[in-house]
Write a protein that binds this ligand. Sequence first.
Ligand code: C2E
Ligand code: MG
Ligand code: MG
Ligand code: MG
Length: 283
Amino acid sequence: AAWRGDTGDIVYASEELMAEKDRFMQIRAQFPVGLKNREFLVFYQPKINLKDNSIAGAEALSRWYRNGTLMMPTEYISDLEQTMDICKLDFYVLEQVCRDLRRWLDEGRQAVRISVNFSRRHLINLALTESILEVVDRYRIPHELIEIELTETVTDVEFRDLKRVAGALQEAGIYTSVDDFGIGYSSLNLIREIPWNILKVDKNFLPVNENAEGERQNIMFRHVVSMAKEIGLICVAEGVETIGQVNILRKCGCDLAQGFYYDKPLPVKEFEERLDKHFYTNT
Ligand code: C2E
Ligand code: MG
Ligand code: MG
Ligand code: MG
């Protein structure tokens, strides 16, 4: 197939690429409508305190309820990052989180810290921290109840912005976490140079049930946890799926666990039931 591209040149592409472009254009065109019609939902995945099995917090994850089906973030996040629309979505999620937190506080529920993913696309925004605080303060949310998760894969230029943003958020008492630790490019540099409160170890680096092949993986995990703890970071294991993993996490001194073993990301009503129960009974 052929069409005229952005530069006016004729572009030739395979059917596959055409279908991909179609899909992208659809997401791009439907996003403003979806946002306006409140098609984006916030799901909450609990984070469990490994010491006493209580709910320590949750991660807010978006879902797009579109044409009768629930679209997962992997189907739209990277497209929205290309167009910068992701910034609008992240603030929409933050606002919904603050609204829910405000309601939980008003209802006398025990509020827990909620984390929101913020794309690296925000980093060029010099007013980012002010904009986040504007939302949080408008709902009168204590700053320590909000955590901003920033992913570790950033370019050199973004690195400086990341340092500035993480510092400013921390100064304001908002928690910051480095997401997906282990799978990026400059992990150690990032830990050394940037102030964080929380380290989220990616599921690919979690301990596996003890066996010969798992040994190296488990040793690495144990040392990542002790490094994090010694420099004063809260350590979260994400993608925890088995009791075997939970046992090793405890032995390693990991603080919090998040994963299907405890719960999938939950619609708000179901999450509220967990909040009220407060303790998990598995293990
Ligand atoms: P993430 O921030 O690393 O979030 C954790 C992802 O791991 C979630 O996928 C969650 O459902 C999944 N997960 C949790 N526990 C387990 C487990 O035990 N096993 C396995 N296999 N997976 C588990 P989800 O919800 O599909 O989100 C994917 C990614 O999309 C997120 O990764 C996050 O980076 C991004 N994302 C989601 N919502 C938003 C958003 O509103 N804004 C931005 N900027 N990114 C978002
Ligand atoms: Mg995350
Ligand atoms: Mg993330
Ligand atoms: Mg992650």
